[in-house]
Design a binder for this molecule. Structure first.
Ligand SMILES: [Zn+2]
Length: 148
């Protein structure tokens, strides 16, 4: 039996990824994240998930904030750093690969470029994992990116 708490945990992971997609579109207020989430996903996201997550991203230098006056108040506007952009793009790529594999279980996806490998492909063992690539060049580029 799957526990409700497990489901909640996974949904919050998904919510965090979704927050990153909002940040990726451009600078936002915390409450805009909450509004956008409600509009697109149709569910409320708890501020107690959003703000600590933003804080954690700031500590990891993936996000910065600036204070902008709104009326009499100053509000924080959050923005991805260059590192944060790269981080989230990699994460989205990884997610879309996982999702396309889940939807089409017989399908392999190139571990580097994310394109679908319908037949053949190029398999290589990297760091004790058998990885599928569309071609030997992607395998090379993938190994190169690990060295960075
Ligand atoms: Zn490829």
């Amino acid at each position: 039996m799957t526990k409700q708490s497990d489901i909640n945990e996974m949904v919050s992971d998904f919510s965090r990824v979704y927050i990153l997609t909002i940040l990726h579109e451009g600078p936002v207020h915390g409450y805009e994240i909450i509004n956008n989430f409600r509009k697109v996903i149709g569910k409320d996201i708890s501020p107690s998930l959003v703000y600590p997550f933003l804080k954690k991203l700031e500590q990891k230098k993936l996000v910065t904030h600036t204070l902008k006056p709104v009326g009499a108040k100053k509000r924080k506007i959050f923005e991805l750093t260059q590192e944060g952009r790269e981080f989230s793009e990699q994460l989205f790529k990884r997610f879309s690969e996982l999702i396309s594999v889940a939807l089409e279980p017989s399908l392999e996806v190139c571990a580097h470029c994310g394109c679908k490998v319908y037949e053949g492909g190029y398999m290589e063992r990297i760091k004790d994992r058998d990885l599928m690539f569309c071609c030997i060049h992607c395998a090379g580029a993938y190994k190169q990116s690990l060295k960075k």
